[in-house]
Design a protein around this ligand. Sequence first.
Ligand code: ASP
Length: 329
Amino acid sequence: MSIALFTLGGTIAMGGVGRDGPGVVTRLTGADLTAAVPGLADLGLPMDVRDALAVPSAHLTYRHLLDVVDAASRAVAAGATGVVVTQGTDTLEESAFLADLVWPHAAPLVFTGAMRNPTLAGADGPANLLAAARVAAAPAARDLGVLVTLNDEVHAARWVRKTHSTSTATFASPNAGPVGHVIEGEVRVLARPERREPLPPVDPARLDVTRVALHTVTLDDDGGLLDGLADTHHGLVVAGFGVGHVPGVLAPVLGALAERIPVVLTSRSGAGSVLRHTYGAVGSETDLQRRGLWNGGLLDPYKAKVLLRLLLAGGADRAAIAAALARHG
Ligand code: ASP
């Protein structure tokens, strides 16, 4: 049994101060991180530690993440029982979902990070890394897709959200709850989400140039920001009000865009689904679907954007996009 650990920076690896002023910056290597975890050596799990990147998670790109997923795949093919990825928590829900869409293995791929950096009292990185290693090694965690482990909870990447800017209990799955917990060091799995076929591999160069926008609808939104969008982007995700509604004046703007590029309707509410056939006003979900918008179902706006960008970069046609939204939404 062995674990591969890939480090990408983030608060879990931050310490000291930067050159340009006060504030912690990424300093710690994977070796530093593992050395700081009481009990990790006692697990008897050899760790193959690879420092992939040392950046705040706001700097990560799809290309970086797919490179890590490829390297993680090779580690599993070479015999690793599971893989842990450490990164900043800000974009972790998107990274983990991106990885989940393409991860083909039964072996767990577990993302973790920290909310309190190692210079603070009660830094949570060591406990999170230890729990993530336990999950990566756990037979019960096999075949669950990509997982996120922080605060002794195990979340499915497909459902997890960062819900608080500072709390150590920030990661939650509002629609489903955690799929498991780490209790006295034991990984207890309570729910087993059905695995989905991984998306076909995408050409990285094509991915780099595939542009998908996300527009969050706000009160009295006149849609001015969307002017010319179909000339510069290949797809759009709309984070609408509540169950998928927008101001009446925005409905024809979105309809015109949907004639040129795929437009996916999601909710800005943070939990729950957009509806399909309940409301009938201009700008309601039925009106927007009639105008050609795709229904994103339970996908939150950020996950819908990840999915749509991967699909478009992979050359998906309308039928493939519809099928993928039905599967993931
Ligand atoms: N800003 C940090 C990052 O995402 C926050 C964190 O790691 O929790 O890199």
